[in-house]
Write a protein that binds this ligand. Structure first.
Ligand code: ATP
Ligand code: MG
Length: 271
C-alpha cells in the first residue's frame, strides 16, 4: 500500500520503538521510498537519532499540534538518512497539556496536520512515547495501523493487552481503519528459553502479523543514534544493519500483498 501512516507504539519503555522506527525508515529510503518520520515523544530520541539537535529547533511537533505552525514549516527535509523529519523536544509536553484541555476534538489535531502531507510520502512513521497518553492517542487517531516493537520478556504479552484494547477502542470510535499492522521482535536472543517461549506465544496469538525477521541485540544499533545516524550509515556490515534491511524487505513484501488484496476486493465490489 502507499501513503500509509504507521504508529510505532508500545506503552512499555525501552523496547525498541524508536530504534525500529528510524532504522526501518532509513532502510526503506535505500529502497527509494519517500519517508517522513514524526517524533511524538518529548524525549526527542527519534530527533537526535536522525542527526537533528533537539535543543536547537525553530519549530517542532509542539507548534504543529497546537496549530501555531503549518506542517510544511516544521518538516526538516533530508536528514542524513534521507528521510524527512518532524522533530520534537521537551516542549511537546506543553502540547500534551493543551490537547488535554481541548476536550472533544483533541485527538484529531494530528490527523488534520498530517492530511496536508500524506500524499507527499509513501510512508509516514510516528514514533510514540512510552505511554498511552494524549500524544499516543493523537498518533493512533492519525494512523492507518500500529507497528508494535516488543522484547520477548516475561510481562511483554500482558502489556500488549492494554495496547490492543486501546486500538480496539479507537477503532470503535475515532478511527475505524486502525488495526495492528505488525509486531517486531526486538533485542531478540533465540537461545534464551524464555524469549523463545514468549515468541512462540506471540506467533500463536498474532500469527502472520509478527514479522518473521527478528532484530538481534547488537551494540551498533545502540551506538548509531549518538552519531545521529541510522545503523545502515553507521556500520552497514553490522548484524543490526542486516536485520533492519531484511525487515524492510519483509515490510515491502507485506505491503505489496496488502495492496493486491485491496485491489481484488475493490474489483469484486465493482463486479
Ligand atoms: P522509549 O520507550 O524510551 O521511547 P523505545 O521503545 O523507543 O524507548 P529505544 O530507544 O529504541 O526504545 O531502545 C531502548 C534502548 O535500547 C536504547 O538505548 C537503544 O539504543 C537500545 N536498543 C534498541 N534496540 C536494540 C538492539 N536491537 N540491540 C541493542 N540495543 C538496542
Ligand atoms: Mg522511543
Amino acid at each position: 500500500m502507499a501513503n500509509q501512516i504507521y504508529a510505532f507504539a508500545n506503552q512499555k519503555g525501552g523496547v525498541g520503538k524508536t530504534t525500529s522506527c528510524i532504522n526501518l525508515a532509513a532502510s526503506l529510503v535505500l529502497s527509494k521510498k519517500r519517508i517522513l518520520v514524526c517524533d511524538l515523544d518529548p524525549q526527542g530520541n527519534a530527533t537526535m537519532g536522525s542527526g537533528v539537535d533537539k535543543n536547537a529547533l525553530d519549530a517542532s511537533m509542539n507548534e504543529l499540534l497546537q496549530g501555531t505552525a503549518k506542517a510544511q514549516d516544521v518538516v526538516i527535509s533530508q536528514t542524513p538518512a534521507g528521510y524527512d523529519l518532524i522533530p520534537a523536544n521537551s516542549d511537546l509536553t506543553e502540547a500534551e497539556v493543551v490537547l488535554l484541555k481541548k476536550h472533544g476534538q483533541q485527538p484529531l489535531f494530528l490527523v488534520k496536520a498530517l492530511s496536508a502531507l500524506k500524499e507527499d510520502y509513501d510512508y509516514i512513521f510516528l514514533d510514540c512515547p512510552p505511554s498511552l497518553n494524549m500524544l499516543t492517542v493523537n498518533a493512533l487517531s492519525a494512523a492507518d495501523a500500529v507497528i508494535i516493537a516488543m522484547q520477548c520478556e516475561y510481562f511483554a504479552l500482558e502489556g500488549l493487552t492494554d495496547l490492543v484494547n486501546t486500538v480496539k477502542q479507537l477503532q470503535a470510535t475515532l478511527n475505524p481503519r486502525l488495526h495492528i499492522g505488525a509486531i517486531i521482535r526486538t533485542m531478540f536472543d533465540g537461545r534464551n528459553r524464555l524469549a523463545a517461549e514468549v515468541s512462540s506465544q506471540l506467533l500463536e496469538h498474532f500469527g502472520n502479523k509478527v514479522f518473521q525477521t527478528v532484530i538481534p541485540r547488537n551494540v551498533r544499533l545502540a551506538e548509531a543514534p549518538s552519531y545521529g545516524l541510522p545503523v545502515q550509515l553507521y556500520d552497514k556490515h553490522s548484524r543490526g544493519s542486516a536485520a533492519y534491511s531484511a525487515l524492510a524487505g519483509e515490510f515491502l513484501r507485506k505491503e505489496k500483498a496488502a495492496l493486491k488484496k485491496e485491489t481484488l476486493k475493490r474489483e469484486k465490489v465493482k463486479g
